[in-house]
Design a protein around this ligand. Structure first.
Ligand code: NDP
Length: 294
C-alpha cells in the first residue's frame, strides 16, 4: 500500500478561505479581529514563527501586531504588557511565544492572559474546559490535527488512537480531543515500555516527540492514519518529522508530510481561534462548518 498524502497546505487554504469570509463579515460590523504576539529575546526560530503568524493574520484581513521585547525583559514588565493587551479593545487574541527566557515563569504569564483572549488555549481555564467540556480555544496544533482528520473524512469514533508524546501543548490536548471524538486513546511517552507494541495496534497514530524518523514502517499497522507533528532539523539543514516517511508511507493509508503537513494547520487554527474570540465578543454564533467536532 502507498499512503495518500494529507496536504496540510491545501487544507489550510480551505479553512482560511472560510475564515476570510467571516473576517469580512465582522469588518462590516465594524470589528476587525486582532492578534497580538509578544516575543521575548532573539531566538531565530521563534522570530520566524512569529513573522509567519503575523503574515497569516494579514492575509485574511485581520489586524496583527508583534511586540518584540529584549531578552532582559523582567517578568513584571512582561506582565504589564499582557495587562495592557488584555484591556486593549482592538486585540481579541494574545499569544506569548514560548519558550520564554529562563528567568520568566511561563505559567505565570499564561495565567495572566485573559481566558477570553487566550487563543493558544493554554490557560488553566481553557485547558480545564477542554477536559471537562469543550474549550472555546483548543490548542492550535492538536486542533489542526482534528481538522485535518475531519477534512479527510477519517472516522474517529470507535477507533484506537495512539498519541506518542504527552506535552501540555500537543500530546495531552491531542489525547483529550481524540477521546472526545470517540476514540479509545493511549498516550505513550519516554517511559513507555515497548512503544511499538502500542503503535502497531493504532488505527490513528499521532507522533509528537521531536526525534527524527523514530516511527518506522514496522511500528505501524497496515492501513493506519499517521499524523506527524514532529519538526526536526537534520544536520544538512532539512526539516523532517518524527515519522520515517519512506517506510511508513508503504504501510499507512494516510500520512502527513513534514514540512507541509501539521505545521500550516497550526497557524491556521490560531487564525480560527482569534476569529472565534472576536466573534464571541460580537455575540455572533459560530457557523456550522466551524463546530469544533464534526
Ligand atoms: P516536548 O519535548 O514538550 O514533548 C515531547 C514528548 O515526547 C514528551 O512527552 C516525551 O516524553 C516524549 N518522548 C521523548 N522521547 C520519547 C521516546 N523515545 N519515546 C516516546 N516518547 C518520547 O515536545 P512538544 O510536544 O512541544 O513537541 C513535539 C514535537 O512537535 C517537536 O518536534 C516540536 O518541534 C513539534 N511541534 C510541531 C508543531 C507544529 O505546528 N507542527 C507545534 C508544536 C510542536 P516525557 O514526557 O516522558 O519526557
Amino acid at each position: 500500500m502507498t499512503a495518500k498524502i494529507i496536504d496540510g497546505r491545501k487544507i489550510s487554504e480551505f479553512y482560511r478561505a472560510e475564515y476570510k469570509l467571516r473576517v469580512d463579515r465582522l469588518i462590516e460590523l465594524g470589528l476587525r479581529p486582532g492578534l497580538a504576539v509578544i516575543i521575548v529575546g532573539d531566538d531565530a526560530a521563534s522570530q520566524v514563527y512569529v513573522r509567519n503568524k503575523a503574515k497569516a493574520c494579514e492575509s485574511i484581513g485581520m489586524h496583527s501586531e508583534v511586540h518584540a521585547l529584549s531578552a532582559a525583559t523582567t517578568q513584571s514588565e512582561l506582565l504589564v504588557w499582557v495587562d495592557k493587551l488584555n484591556l486593549n479593545p482592538d486585540i481579541h487574541g494574545i499569544l506569548v511565544q514560548l519558550p520564554l527566557p529562563m528567568h520568566i515563569d511561563d505559567r505565570a504569564i499564561i495565567e495572566a492572559i485573559h481566558p477570553a483572549k487566550d487563543v493558544d488555549g493554554f490557560h488553566y481555564a481553557n485547558m480545564g474546559a477542554l477536559v471537562i467540556d469543550e474549550s472555546p480555544f483548543p490548542p492550535c496544533t492538536p486542533y489542526g490535527v482534528m481538522k485535518m482528520l475531519e477534512y479527510e473524512g477519517v472516522g474517529i469514533e470507535g477507533k484506537y488512537a495512539v498519541v506518542v508524546g504527552r506535552s501540555n501543548i500537543v500530546g495531552k490536548p491531542q489525547a483529550m480531543l481524540l477521546l472526545k471524538a470517540g476514540a479509545t486513546v493511549t498516550v505513550c511517552h519516554s517511559k513507555t515500555k515497548n512503544l511499538a507494541g502500542f503503535t502497531r495496534d493504532a488505527d490513528i497514530l499521532v507522533a509528537a516527540v521531536g526525534r527524527a524518523n523514530m516511527i518506522t514502517g514496522s511500528m505501524v499497522k497496515p492501513g493506519a492514519v499517521v499524523i506527524d507533528v514532529g519538526i526536526n532539523r537534520l544536520p544538512d539543514g532539512k526539516l523532517t518529522g518524527d515519522v520515517d516517511f519512506a517506510s511508513v508511507s508503504e504501510v499507512a493509508s494516510l500520512i502527513t508530510p513534514v514540512p507541509g503537513g501539521v505545521g500550516p494547520m497550526t497557524i491556521t487554527m490560531l487564525l480560527g481561534n482569534t476569529l472565534r474570540a472576536a466573534e464571541r465578543l460580537a455575540g455572533l454564533v459560530e457557523t456550522a462548518s466551524e463546530t469544533l467536532f464534526a
